[in-house]
Write a new protein. Structure first.
Length: 89
């Protein structure tokens, strides 16, 4: 996966597309509770699955809400990254 050479400026109050990876499984029907983010899980033999959530969030307050919901579900957060628009397709 190639990275864009331009710097992606993230504003505290502006929208951005995020990928959040957690250790553990999530049902797709939890998308509404998680700001409508697309949920996909990857099985790993002998280990807990990794689940990716990808979606456009309105601002970092909404990101905080999603992260808090994942915390309340006792899912360890592996990574959070801002995506360029071409990475979300």
């Amino acid at each position: 996966m190639a990275r864009s050479s331009r710097t992606n400026e993230v504003k505290f109050e502006g929208p951005a597309t995020y990928r959040i990876v957690v250790r553990g499984g999530l049902e797709a029907n939890l998308s509404d509770r998680l700001a409508g983010m697309r949920i996909t899980s990857e099985s790993r033999e002998g280990q807990k699955p990794l689940t990716s959530l990808v979606g456009r969030l309105l601002d970092q307050a909404q990101l905080s809400g999603v992260l808090n919901a994942l915390y309340e579900m006792h899912l360890p957060i592996v990574s959070v990254e801002v995506l360029d628009d071409e990475e979300t397709e």
